[in-house]
Design a protein around this ligand. Sequence first.
Ligand code: NAP
Ligand code: F7E
Length: 332
Amino acid sequence: MGQRSALITGITGQDGGHLAQLLLEQDYQVFGVIRGQSNVKKSEFLDEYPNVTLIEADLLDSASIIRAVEQADPDEFYNLAAISHVGYSFKNPTLTLDTTAGGVLNCLEAIRLTGRGSSTRFYQASTSEMYGGLDYNRPGLGYDEHSPFHPRSPYGVAKLYGHWITKNFRESYGMFASCGILFNHEGERRGLEFVTRKISNAVARISLGLQDHVELGDLWPKRDWGYAGDYVRGMWQMMQHSEPDDFVLATGETHSIEDFLSQAFNAIGVDDWHPYVRRNEAFTRPAEVDILLGNPAKAEDVLGWKREVDFAGLVSRMVAHDISLLDGNRSS
Ligand code: NAP
Ligand code: F7E
């Protein structure tokens, strides 16, 4: 078999970086979609991954995605691009709809219209936000591939369209199109706008005397938080499976933001985080997802997927990374 090729949208995002690394290690030829005429992440990305070929395209521009598919001629197409921030999606719902929902259709159509419907395998980044947390009626068991969907944000609603249009292309055209229903996954590459990285970065800055508090919204919601490196391995495993299917990736544990704060502040020797945290309504949402807990039994049984990093390990590696990053910046 010759060298395999993969096209990744969202390559500048958290999962895009982890996935590019995984595929390069496996000797794939990796192509990444990059948008914007002066994307600040471009040179940063190329410094880290000089062997990734970047293609200028935008999920909103269907012709550009067709050209990207023609240039990369991918064996595997990972659609990771999205407006992915839930809070932002309430403020910009139309852009979220066009990107996070319509963008998926543009990718699928690009594969089909370029005659690659039977040769290119497609991965869609579906999400636990499609469940919404309201119908959590099986305490302890968690959401699985058969649980009902009830999205609670423009982001969740848009992702549900992406999920169903991917299944529709599988059923209508026989495409190898799979959806990974991934619960929250975090790590050193997580954007600072997401709560875990916002906390790990603030805790690192507090420990170094660079700030004295952090402003957050609601602290009671619970999430099933795993490590992104484990989850991109699961994406790849879905693409190697004998048939297209949908899989939940999760840890099977759920923790509140308060739990995350305790763990993160413990890592710098602080027992009581309350003096360092202030509430700011700006970080709350019009509708909240109270609790998410996933059941990854199918991925474990069928794909042999297993997460390696646990909650404590995740928090401590994020805090340690942010401390060393800030230390390095201070001394350079
Ligand atoms: P992320 O860090 O927010 O990255 C999003 C990526 O999408 C960025 O590379 C961004 O590029 C790109 N993008 C946005 N709009 C675009 C457009 N119009 N055209 C092309 N690219 C565009 O997201 P992530 O955490 O890596 O997540 C990857 C995917 O998994 C997303 O679809 C997300 O919704 C989904 N997901 C994430 C989680 C999680 O916990 N991380 C869980 C379930 C599902 P720029 O650099 O140009 O902005
Ligand atoms: O919020 C609460 C917030 O923005 C987590 C995305 O990757 O995972 C992510 O979505 C919780 C929510 O992630 C702040 O209200 C409190 O209850 O880190 P988040 P998310 O909304 O769970 C899913 C699976 C995805 O698919 C998404 O793409 O934390 N929270 N205070 C806060 N959240 C933020 N961002 N900032 C705060 O200050």
